[in-house]
Design a protein around this ligand. Structure first.
Ligand code: GLP
Length: 262
């Protein structure tokens, strides 16, 4: 795992955007894994800005899969992750909407939705680069503490903390924030070629330190990154404030050869 401590959230966004662009330039039909939430927004804004400026690559052959989806929202709801990722990123690139997929939350197909999503990812050739955020309880996608480290896409129940964290997107936490979700499993996430986790702000410091420097445990789902051979963790100073080995991470970064990339 490589941990890069950057001055602020904008710098985190630039580096994550660089990684996406480098991949798409080298592999125009790359398969991207996209996270929703606030953490990747700086990266998405940067990708859009570069695309509009004409300096970014073409996304015409790119395919994208979201990490997770709420269950129980009306179809097309603005807070569904399908609508969110379109609004925050994919609608602003030359990416065919038909090439953007998410787990299907239709009530009649929930029992098979996970299996169908897994198959769709495999049929696309697997995810090349997966963008990730981390929940304040250490959740990854919507894999809450206790999720199997080998889990696959399936239905999950959100914790009260996650519902509270996400209440800012809804009018009323008790009434509006869905209790159930479909999420890529931790085993699904581990199958991606490259994991790029972005975390900013002091609110993520404890979860990040637990994930990066604590034991690998289902009690901190994001600790599963320690099992991945190519995981990049991009954090700002505030999110890095709980890391014990921060001096070492800085030393590694200072000596990193230019050719290496993320
Ligand atoms: C959400 C999402 C995750 C996201 C995490 C952190 O509930 N399901 O994919 O990474 O929680 O969210 P944020 O980036 O808004 O802090």
């Amino acid at each position: 795992m490589e941990v890069l401590v950057l001055p602020d959230a904008d710098a985190v966004g630039v580096l994550a955007a660089d990684a996406v662009e480098a991949l798409v330039r080298s592999k125009p039909d790359a398969v991207l894994g996209l996270a929703t939430g606030s953490s990747p927004l700086a990266a998405y804004r940067d990708l859009i800005m570069r695309h509009r400026a004409g300096t970014g690559p073409s996304y015409a052959s790119v395919r994208a899969f979201t990490l997770d989806e709420y269950v129980g929202l009306p179809r097309g709801h603005e807070q569904s992750y399908r609508a969110t990722i379109a609004r925050e990123l994919t609608d602003h690139l030359d990416l065919d909407p038909a090439n953007v997929a998410g787990p299907d939350p239709a009530p009649e197909g929930l029992a098979t939705a996970g299996e169908r999503y897994e198959r769709a990812i495999v049929d696309a050739g697997g995810i090349d680069l997966q963008i990730l955020g981390i929940g304040s309880d250490g959740h990854l996608a919507f894999n809450e503490p206790g999720s199997s480290l080998a889990s696959r896409t399936r239905l999950k129940t959100l914790t009260a903390l996650t519902r509270r964290d996400n209440a800012r997107f809804f009018d009323d936490v008790d009434g509006d924030v869905p209790r159930h979700v479909l999420t890529q499993g931790l085993g699904t996430i581990l199958d991606a070629q490259h994991l790029v986790l972005v975390a900013t702000g002091a609110g993520k410091a404890y979860a990040l330190a637990t994930a990066v420097e604590g034991p690998v445990t289902a009690s901190c789902p994001a600790s599963v990154l320690q099992l991945h051979p190519h995981a990049s963790v991009l954090v700002d100073e505030a999110a890095a404030s709980g890391l014990a080995r921060v001096g070492y991470y800085r030393e590694v970064a200072a000596g990193k050869p230019d050719w290496q990339g993320l």
